[in-house]
Design a protein around this ligand. Structure first.
Ligand SMILES: C[S@@+](CC[C@H](N)C(=O)[O-])C[C@H]1O[C@@H](n2cnc3c(N)ncnc32)[C@H](O)[C@@H]1O
Length: 314
């Protein structure tokens, strides 16, 4: 397999995540096959763009609370597993086309799950406080948190989520496997007065494909997070701001993000807050992995300014 593209694009003083090598089972697609996969994705995105469906709160609830998380909660597949590690690994060995370190590959689904888990651990292990608690905002049913728990690298893990169905499923899974070091609670990131924000103070916080749902609310969500005084925030989120139309892989993700009305202004909003000295952007970079040909994430890391932006407000 050819060498991956470097992850970092703009060192801003962060500690780059260590590189997780591609699994041996990842078989790169030929150039022609890759081109076809990307062309198909672009065509689907263009069709979706013609429909212009804005990402409203109703749409988010339809896709998650009443959609993915409701299906997961009704299937209760975790009860078929006694072993936590086996549940985390998954048992679906069907091949998928995934982006692995910048290369489109065919790989068994469960091997991709393992690779993604190690990548997430490498990213969070690089930027979060290893001794403290870790909080995920918009955690769904805890897919990332269960994977992180399996690495044994974290103390206490907390998932905060809007969807009651996601929270309920997460709690049931945690209870089934006896995970006392993992808990779930409620938050609405758009509601400044929500009690869930109190659980962020002094903690390392991450989001994974949650800010993607909140493009039109980005300024208020960042302001709410800032007011909660977390230690550091690590976003693993798709976006368009660092993507170039001249690179097919990036152009396809850009089109996809646009067509889904996903996150497109995270860096712009953070840079504005940084200019007002309310926060410091620690690092930002592209991370070329995804369980499909499109929608790979950007990693954006920031922390509240030490003086809380007092000078800027004077
Ligand atoms: C794409 S899912 C990602 C879930 C999880 N982070 C993961 O990677 O498996 C997006 C999640 O964001 C949650 N979400 C959307 N709007 C939210 C809000 N205002 N406050 C908290 N969570 C929200 C959704 O309910 C959903 O569970």
């Amino acid at each position: 397999m050819r060498a991956p593209s470097p992850l970092a694009i703009a060192g801003a003083g962060g500690r780059p995540p260590s590189f997780v090598p591609a699994p041996a089972s990842a078989k790169p697609l030929s150039r022609a096959e890759s081109a076809l996969v990307l062309a198909r994705s672009a065509a689907r995105s263009v069709a979706r763009l013609c429909l212009r469906r804005p990402r409203t709160r109703d749409l988010v609830a339809q896709e998650y609370d009443l959609g993915n998380w409701a299906r997961l909660a009704s299937q209760r597949q975790w009860v078929e597993f006694d072993d936590f590690a086996a549940w985390v690994r998954g048992r679906d060995n069907r091949p998928i086309i995934a982006l692995i370190n910048g290369v489109l590959c065919r790989i068994p689904q469960s091997d991709y799950v393992q690779f993604k888990r190690l990548q997430t651990q490498a990213i969070l292990g690089s930027y979060a406080d290893p001794t403290g608690d870790l909080v995920e905002i918009g955690s769904g049913y805890g897919n990332n948190l269960f994977g992180l728990r399996a690495t044994g690298a974290w103390g206490h893990l907390t998932g905060l989520e809007l969807s009651p169905t996601g929270i309920r499923a997460g709690r049931e899974i945690a209870a089934h496997f006896g995970c006392r070091d993992l808990e779930f609670g409620s938050i609405d990131l758009t509601d400044a007065a929500h009690a869930g924000f109190q659980r962020l103070r002094g903690r390392s916080v991450f989001s994974h494909y949650c800010m993607e749902q909140l493009n039109s609310h980005t300024p208020e969500v960042i302001a709410n997070l800032l007011a909660a005084r977390p230690k550091r925030v690590i976003h693993i989120e798709p976006g368009t701001e660092l993507l170039r139309w001249t690179r097919p892989l990036e152009a396809v993700t850009r089109l996809y993000v646009l067509s889904r009305d996903y996150q497109r202004r995270l860096l712009e909003v953070l840079r504005r807050q940084e200019a007002e000295r309310r926060l410091q952007i620690v690092d930002y970079r592209r991370a070329y992995f995804a369980p499909s040909a499109q929608n790979f994430p950007l990693i954006v890391v920031w922390q509240p300014a030490h003086d809380g932006g007092a000078e800027a407000r004077e």
